[in-house]
Structure formats: structure tokens, C-alpha cells
Design a protein around this ligand. Structure first.
Ligand code: HEC
Ligand code: HEC
Ligand code: HEC
Ligand code: HEC
Length: 170
């Protein structure tokens, strides 16, 4: 009799330890732990938000403050591309919580940081350098030949000497 009592106490103690461990783990380990691996899933999302700021809502999110520029742009051959492709995400220029509330009340916001203007030629080349894989009707040029034909020296922002990036047709 005496011996089984000891045994039961030991078993009870072990059960108690397991229960306390499970309860403690439930409280202390964040919900998203283990979602992708041995770390908090949310940590990845937070990091992504810091490193790749959310894009705004395209031309409309710039039009709120740059209405003339946006109007010219909407009539141009470039109308299908997003201002943010050539500049930078809206969020690097204007701080906001979420894009929905920004779009509803753009007047309540002011620009917070200077907007990037990228080196023009590198930018244009990304989309317009001739490549066999591109559709034939997409306007493309072999940059070196194009500049030779036009009789101009190659330089960092040579394309915008002739083409307005916001309305590039000649
Ligand atoms: C809340 C208003 C607001 C919004 C929205 C906004 N801007 Fe601006 N932005 C300004 C103001 C005001 C200036 C002028 C700052 C100055 O005088 O240099 C400016 C300046 C700029 C400049 C620099 C001009 C220069 O000469 O250096 C660029 C480029 C620009 N904005 C692009 C954009 C783009 C692209 C978007 C959309 C993704 C955008 N902005 C959205 C208010 C805004
Ligand atoms: C094809 C790339 C491209 C797109 C798309 C683009 N921009 Fe620009 N943007 C440029 C370049 C390049 C410059 C610098 C021009 C220069 O130096 O002559 C510039 C300059 C600017 C400037 C400052 C100088 C100026 O001329 O007033 C503003 C403001 C601006 N862009 C706003 C916008 C807005 C708003 C949109 C969308 C409606 C937009 N951009 C779309 C390439 C682009
Ligand atoms: C994100 C891709 C992209 C970038 C960057 C870009 N373009 Fe374009 N470009 C386009 C698209 C899309 C069109 C329209 C093509 C069509 O109409 O089929 C276009 C059209 C053009 C045209 C032809 C206009 C016409 O009337 O046929 C010229 C010229 C041009 N872009 C010059 C430039 C220059 C200069 C730059 C750099 C400042 C530039 N593009 C940057 C995508 C881009
Ligand atoms: C000296 C002025 C000048 C410079 C600099 C210049 N272009 Fe052009 N570009 C033109 C003219 C003019 C046309 C229209 C005539 C033609 O198609 O040959 C044109 C046409 C284009 C077209 C349309 C071709 C088509 O098939 O419709 C593209 C794309 C283009 N340029 C891109 C660029 C890029 C990218 C740069 C910078 C590397 C650049 N251009 C520099 C004057 C220039």
C-alpha cells in the first residue's frame, strides 16, 4: 500500500508539470510560431513591410497632389504604367497607415520625404531595349543604334533630352 501511494504522487507531479508546461507554452508562444519554420510567421510579414514598402494605388494616388502631371500622363503612351515604377512607392514619399484611408482623404496628407527620380536611361532600357522575345508592335530600340541614328552621345539621362518620360511620343 505504502509503495503505490508514492507512485501516485510521482505520476500526479508529472501530470502537473506537463499541464503547467502546456498552459505556459500556450500563453508565451506567439500564434504564428511555426507557420513557416522555427520562428514567428509574423516576423516575416513585419520585415517585408519594412523592406518593401507597400505600393499605392497607381496614378490615382499621385493625382491627388500632382493633378496636372497625372492628366498629361493619362493622355500619353505611358498611361498603362504606374508612376511608382519609375519613381518609388508612394509610401516612401507620403506616410500613411493604409491605402484605402489615403485614397478617401488625400487632402489630409502632406509629403514627408523627397520622391526618388531615377536615372532615366537605366529606367527606359528596362522596358525598351530591343529583345527578340518582345512583341513586334511594342516600341523598342537597340539603344546604341538609336542614339547613333539620332547623332547623340550616350550619357546617363540622354533619353529624357528628347523624350518626355510622362509623354514620350515624338
Ligand atoms: C500628399 C500630396 C502628394 C502626393 C500624394 C504625392 N506627392 Fe509628389 N510631391 C508633393 C509635393 C508638395 C512635392 C513638392 C516638393 C518640392 O517642392 O520639392 C512633391 C514632389 C515630388 C517629386 C519631386 C519633384 C522634384 O523636383 O524634386 C516627385 C518626383 C514626385 N513628387 C512624385 C510623386 C509620385 C510619383 C507620386 C505618387 C506615387 C506622388 N509624388 C504623390 C506632394 C505629393
Ligand atoms: C517612364 C518613367 C516615369 C513615369 C511612369 C513617371 N515619371 Fe515622373 N519623372 C520621370 C523622370 C525620368 C523624371 C525626371 C525628368 C527630367 O529630369 O527631365 C521625372 C520627373 C518627375 C517630377 C519632377 C520634375 C518635373 O518635371 O516636375 C514629378 C513631380 C514627377 N515626375 C511626377 C510623376 C507622376 C505624378 C507620375 C505619374 C502620373 C510620373 N511622374 C510618372 C520618370 C517617370
Ligand atoms: C515599365 C515599363 C516602361 C518604362 C520604364 C518606360 N516605358 Fe516607354 N513605354 C512603355 C509602354 C507600355 C508603352 C506603350 C506601348 C504601346 O503603346 O504598345 C511605351 C511607349 C513608349 C514610346 C512610344 C511612344 C509612341 O508614341 O509610340 C516611347 C518613345 C517611350 N515609351 C519612351 C520611353 C522612355 C524615354 C523611357 C524612359 C524615360 C520609357 N519609355 C520608360 C513602357 C515603359
Ligand atoms: C536626339 C533625340 C533622341 C534621343 C536622345 C532619344 N530618342 Fe528615342 N526617338 C527619337 C525620335 C525622333 C523618335 C521617333 C523616330 C523614330 O522612331 O526613329 C524616337 C523613337 C523612340 C522609340 C519608339 C520606337 C518605335 O518603334 O516606335 C523608343 C522606344 C525610343 N525612342 C526610346 C528611346 C530611349 C530608350 C532613349 C534613350 C536611350 C532614346 N529614345 C533617346 C529621338 C530621340
Amino acid at each position: 500500500m505504502e509503495h503505490t501511494k508514492h507512485l501516485w504522487r510521482a505520476i500526479l507531479l508529472i501530470v502537473l508539470i506537463v499541464v503547467v508546461y502546456l498552459l505556459g507554452r500556450g500563453f508565451l508562444v506567439p500564434g504564428s510560431f511555426g507557420e513557416f519554420g522555427h520562428y514567428r510567421g509574423d516576423a516575416l510579414r513585419e520585415e517585408m513591410n519594412v523592406r518593401v514598402p507597400n505600393f499605392g494605388a497607381g496614378v490615382e494616388s499621385c493625382a491627388a497632389c500632382h493633378d496636372e502631371r497625372a492628366e498629361e500622363f493619362r493622355q500619353s503612351a505611358h498611361k498603362t504604367i504606374n508612376c511608382e515604377v519609375c519613381h518609388a512607392p508612394l509610401r516612401t514619399h507620403v506616410e500613411y497607415e493604409d491605402i484605402e484611408s489615403f485614397i478617401q482623404n488625400p487632402d489630409q496628407y502632406e509629403w514627408t520625404n523627397e520622391m526618388v527620380i531615377k536615372q532615366a536611361k537605366d529606367l527606359c532600357i528596362r522596358c525598351h531595349e530591343a529583345q527578340p522575345a518582345k512583341p513586334h508592335d511594342f516600341p523598342h530600340v537597340t539603344i546604341v543604334e538609336h542614339l547613333e541614328e539620332m547623332g547623340v552621345e550616350n550619357s546617363a539621362d540622354v533619353c529624357v533630352d528628347c523624350h518626355n518620360p510622362h509623354d514620350p511620343s515624338m
